[in-house]
Ligand binder design. Structure first.
Ligand code: PSU
Ligand code: MN
Length: 303
């Protein structure tokens, strides 16, 4: 095991005995939702994973140590600290370790730490991707490069349309990352299952997904995979309300010249502000839904 990583006792035992483990990210806790809902959600999502028969491993960087499996107190700490904790992607891990600092891990950094620990399935809300206007800004999330190089399957609710979804899918195709939609006909757009983009590959069971990723890895391909799990019907937001809020958020970001790592958190916060509590409730519902599917896939992978 990498000397910089601490795997919790529960996660270590689960991995050693071939039990299913599901990784969970921490940017969603500190940067994605307000306190105390973020802590409640992170703990509830862990419970969803357990209820399905798998072991949750929330991931973060604490005091310069890479952590796979967080205690309640550690989750509470990250939730309370919020934006004061550094948002950590691949490039940030080394400097945070060297400084003995804390970091809330993005999809990319969570994949890296999960892979180091031997965890192959990870549930989150939405992945980063190619931003709208990337043809001039070149803003493409490091999450996509990580998916191209790290063997972790990521279950998400698609991508928010703060991103250019068709370009994000093109990028993943170029990089050889398998992308499948779970029981849906369109690639889902986070708050809504409708994006107008036809699903290229649809899978109907956790077993089928596990079989696909197992073959992908046994063939020697070194990439991750994306499973896009549409938000449950009852939690969906009306598409026009969401797209109106996103257009407004993008204009504000442009006006305030927000870019780099600040852009995604800025857009997420604006969309939330503009849609009130409804979007937060949808967000919580879809993360739980993804955690449940990830647990079932992880169980199939260990079977
Ligand atoms: N998209 C969401 N919710 C999120 C994120 C993205 O719908 O919480 C977070 C994730 O942690 C993701 C990160 O890995 O933002 C991507 O940031 P960037 O675009 O700066 O790479
Ligand atoms: Mn970016």
């Amino acid at each position: 095991m990498n000397p910089y990583i601490d795997v919790s006792k529960e996660v270590k035992e689960a991995l050693a005995s071939g039990k299913a483990v599901v990784a969970l990210e921490s940017t969603i806790i500190s940067h994605g939702m307000p306190y105390p809902k973020n802590v409640e959600t992170a703990l509830a999502v862990e419970e969803v994973v357990r209820a399905k028969g798998a072991v949750p491993a929330s991931i973060a960087i604490l005091g310069g140590r890479l952590k796979a499996g967080l205690s309640r107190a550690e989750i509470e700490y990250l939730g309370k600290a919020g934006l004061k904790v550094a948002k950590a992607s691949r490039r940030d891990i080394g400097r945070l370790v060297a400084a003995g600092s804390d970091g809330a891990t993005t999809v990319a950094a969570t994949m890296i730490i999960a892979a180091m620990a031997g965890i192959r399935v990870f549930a989150t809300g939405g992945i980063g991707g190619v931003h709208r206007g990337a043809e001039s800004s070149m803003d493409i999330s490091a999450d996509l490069e990580e998916l191209a190089r790290t063997k972790v399957l990521v279950v998400c609710a698609g991508a928010k349309s703060i991103l250019d979804i068709p370009k994000t899918l093109e990028y993943l195709e170029t990089k050889g990352v398998p992308v499948a939609v779970y029981r849906g006909t369109e690639f889902p757009a986070f708050y809504t299952s409708h994006s107008g983009i036809k699903a290229e590959l649809v899978m109907d069971s956790p077993g089928e997904i596990a079989g696909m990723v197992k073959a992908h890895w046994e063939l020697g391909f070194g990439s991750g995979a994306v499973i896009a799990n549409p938000i449950p019907k009852e939690s969906e937001m009306p598409a026009d309300i969401i797209s109106g809020a996103i257009e407004k958020a993008l204009k504000e970001a442009d006006k305030n010249r927000i870019h780099g790592k600040e852009l995604t958190p800025f857009l997420l916060a604006k969309v939330k502000e503009l849609t009130g509590g409804d979007s937060l409730e949808s967000n919580i519902a879809l993360v739980k839904n993804n955690a449940a599917l990830a647990a079932l896939i992880a169980i199939e992978l260990e079977a």
